[in-house]
Design a protein around this ligand. Structure first.
Ligand SMILES: Cc1cc2nc3c(=O)[nH]c(=O)nc-3n(C[C@H](O)[C@H](O)[C@H](O)COP(=O)(O)OP(=O)(O)OC[C@H]3O[C@@H](n4cnc5c(N)ncnc54)[C@H](O)[C@@H]3O)c2cc1C
Length: 357
């Protein structure tokens, strides 16, 4: 219901809202920007760039989409980005309508060009090192020694993958060592496929992969960690399970050819393979709970409501850091939702809507 009200409001009174925002801009003349383009560096400490209306930490898919929505609502936005998106290892991105098979780097480059067309959006390359909140104002400190303040802050910072320590794994990550069949499974349909499993939590992935290939096997490093029902499932599905440590991945430019598997007694053997699925532990790329005090969910994601609001007023989270379904389309969708919601919350904070219920 909240969403309907927001979008109805945005659609029916966009012109009114624009005029209103313009008035706010005039009242805050000391914060008005000169025209800049994406990639410009911050100016002096007194520069208005240091106090935009909204700061977005993370300038990848979710962050840039939030910025575009806000920029199109004439909001003054600063994106601070360290240029380390999680999918930078993958040469191609899939399952993105209109961009299936595109290079992730090209996709970001194109997005960056598009947001550069909005004069109220600014992009700086820097790494945020600390954030504090006092009197409804966020203060952001960066690696290069800059300091920025805003009333609204968006965390678009993503997740980091803790891959197992196996020689060759990073070279194959996003190419032939993958985490998601919906992203890259089609390219390996019918291929020699394995899952590196640690226990029952991998059963979901294993059961899915039967859809993509008949050549499926499971490797599990000791100790044996499947429950009896899980083992029965593997047997019923005729999926081979081999205990052992993968000690090396052999590949050509990231294209997996085989793995070395070592059993408990130290004997190694080479197993030909085209693709290995892993579900590595992930953690928040930037954890600001100590200073900002927002909550995480049981799955380790930032807790947000439908409008991407965290438990801290003025603080929003978008993309992987707060989405269970890790994908480009989800990241982009959440960025759009946050952008619209922040614009609404901003307007509402200055001129509350009448209660129509
Ligand atoms: C290997 C791999 C392949 C994938 N392939 C696909 C695919 O084919 N299709 C698909 O739909 N999904 C795919 N995904 C998932 C998809 O990439 C993510 O869902 C998406 O990138 C999430 O976008 P995001 O903006 O939330 O985070 P990210 O894209 O991870 O970006 C986070 C940004 O925040 C910045 N940042 C973090 N901390 C700071 C800081 N302290 N200061 C400044 N900046 C900071 C980072 O530098 C980075 O630029 C893949 C994921 C991986 C890991």
């Amino acid at each position: 219901m909240e969403f309907f009200i927001i979008f109805a409001f945005l659609l029916t009174s966009f012109q009114q809202a624009s005029n209103f925002i313009m008035n706010i801009d005039q009242n805050k003349a000391n914060h008005t920007y000169t025209n800049r383009t994406a990639g410009n560096e911050a100016g002096s400490a007194a520069s208005p760039l240091h106090h935009p209306e909204v700061i977005i930490i993370g300038g990848s898919y979710s962050g840039m989409q939030a910025a575009m929505t806000l920029g199109r609502a004439l909001r003054r936005v600063l994106i601070i980005d360290a240029d380390r998106p999680c999918n930078r290892f993958a040469p191609h991105a899939h399952n993105l309508l209109g961009g299936d098979g595109i290079s992730p780097a090209l996709l970001r480059e194109e997005a960056k060009k598009q947001i550069a067309a909005y004069p109220s959006i600014h992009f700086v390359d820097d790494q945020v090192t600390a954030v504090f909140k006092a009197q409804e104002l966020f203060t952001i400190h960066t690696h290069s020694g800059q300091q920025y303040t805003s009333e609204y802050l968006v965390l678009a910072t993503g997740l980091k993958d803790d891959l197992p320590d196996i020689p060759g794994i990073w070279e194959c990550w996003g190419k032939s060592v993958i985490h998601c069949p919906y992203c890259h499974g089609y390219e390996f349909k019918g291929a020699r496929t394995a899952v590196l499993a640690s226990g029952d939590s991998d059963l979901h992935m294993i059961s899915l992969l039967k859809q993509w290939t008949g050549q499926l096997q499971v490797f599990m490093p000791p100790p044996f960690n499947f429950s009896a029902p899980a083992l029965a499932f593997l047997q019923a599905q005729n999926i081979g399970l081999t205990m052992g440590h993968i000690t090396a991945l052999h590949h050509q430019n990231g294209a997996l050819q085989s793995i070395t598997l070592q059993n408990d007694s130290g004997t190694s053997r080479n197993i030909p393979l085209d693709v290995l699925y892993v579900s590595p532990p992930v953690h928040q790329a930037l954890d600001l709970r100590d200073t900002l005090g927002y909550q995480l969910t049981a799955s380790g994601h930032i807790q947000v409501d439908e409008g991407r609001r965290t438990t801290v007023p003025g603080l929003y989270a978008v993309g992987d850091n707060s989405c269970r379904f890790r994908s480009l389309s989800q990241a982009i969708a959440s960025g759009m939702a946050a952008g619209a919601m922040i614009n609404f919350d901003f307007i509402q904070s200055l001129r509350p809507l009448p209660d129509i219920h």
